[in-house]
Ligand binder design. Structure first.
Ligand code: SF4
Ligand code: SF4
Length: 185
């Protein structure tokens, strides 16, 4: 079945998940190092407050990350939800009738790849609303596939140590459990 966004849906621009567990806090939109400056410039141009935290670091020794190979664009709500570029106040809508992305033509690779998690065989994120009614997709995912392949190539590392940044952000009920800072994974 061909992939297409569900009418009126903006779920992937709003909902943020705890990953890999509640202790690491909610994650943001994956941002490649080469995208960071561009996204910060877009935020300035659109008068949007964009908080970009590190996400994955690598190192040769186990005493802390030396290189950051991925960042993340955090949501604007206290609990970590809602991308700062999602226009929830305006009247304009995206082609599927959801809220409009203020930077759609220049959105990050991760947004271009979503909801594809694996390209062979094509595997969608079960949290995407499309998956509520369809568990199999084999069409209309060419640009998502190309973006996913780029992300995988750019986040590939042979460094011995890989670190994940705990964001410290999440629902108030979990704040005591959520950590902040780098952890070896
Ligand atoms: S990718 Fe999925 S979750 Fe995102 S807007 Fe489309 S249908 Fe909704
Ligand atoms: S940059 Fe645009 S497409 Fe990506 S999460 Fe934000 S609003 Fe959605």
């Amino acid at each position: 079945m061909d992939f297409s966004c569900v009418e009126g849906c903006s779920k992937c621009c709003v909902d943020r998940e705890y990953y890999p567990s509640i202790e690491f806090g909610k994650i943001g939109v994956l941002i490649m190092p080469e995208e960071k400056h561009r996204i910060e410039s877009l935020a300035k141009r659109h008068s949007v407050k964009a908080v970009i935290l590190p996400r994955i670091g690598t190192s040769k020794k186990n005493d802390g990350p030396e290189n950051i190979i991925a960042y993340q664009l955090m949501g604007i709500e206290p609990n970590g939800n809602t991308c700062p570029f999602l226009d929830t106040a305006g009247n304009e809508r995206s082609p599927n009738g959801g809220y409009k992305c203020k930077i759609y033509e220049e959105r990050p690779l991760a947004c271009r790849a979503y909801p594809l998690l694996e390209s062979s065989p094509p595997t969608l994120d079960a949290k995407c609303k499309f998956c509520e009614t369809c568990s199999y997709v084999d069409g209309n995912i060419q640009s998502e596939t190309e973006s996913l392949i780029k992300i995988k190539e750019r986040t590939y590392t042979e460094e011995r140590y890989v670190w994940r940044y705990a964001t410290g952000i999440g629902d108030s009920a979990y704040l005591e459990q959520i950590k902040t800072g780098w952890f070896l994974i």
